[in-house]
Design a protein around this ligand. Sequence first.
Ligand code: 13P
Length: 247
Amino acid sequence: MTAPTPLIAGNWKMNGLAAALGEARAVAAGLGQVPGRVALCPPATLVDRMRQALAGTAVALGGQDCRAEDNGAFTGDVSAAMLADAGASLVILGHSERRAGYGETDALVAAKVVAALSAGLEPIVCVGETLEQRKAGEALAVVTGQVRGSLPAALAGKAFAVAYEPVWAIGTGLTPTTPEIEEVHKAIRATLVEQFGAEGAKVPILYGGSVKPSNAAEILHAAEVGGALVGGASLKAADFLGIIGAL
Ligand code: 13P
């Protein structure tokens, strides 16, 4: 079985004004031969301008969330078709900041995945346990439960990625040990194979949570780690390139 093509995606979260497009250009300009794919997921307001800034480069674009509906009276929300229309080819779904901050359930995330697929977007579906859940020995059960609940059958035959982001490692500078990462990624892999058969073996499983240039090589080379979802360190081209260079 060939290993999944790795993906390194930068999640800018609610950061980035027009001036930050220079960082995106610097990422594109600094990419050498990368043994994988690279994407940036800026706020929705920058997707179209980043598409223009990155035209003709190897950096793909993603959104950070979308509504499950195609259009309608949903003030402030963005649909998958709108992201695709603005130039995105990927979308992050089920990030813990949305699960916790907006009460997003596995079922809602699964509905958003279906919407993303119908707009031609590749979903990056996030899962991860809280510190309390890890301390209670529930990490594997929580994460595999989220995988089962958030990945609809409609994903069969489609390109998608799963991102393991332990909530307690996001933006904290803390990271799980390599054996802890491998334990969870192997459990996610087994669940993917259970759900999608042989295709489940080809889905990249990204790690996210305080990835930086100094820890990227160890994390990216851990068993069943197929790339990274990078928050803070993706805002600066030099740091993001340092992580990509560790692939
Ligand atoms: P940090 O890399 O800032 O910890 O964020 C991780 C994350 O949430 C990416 O989606």
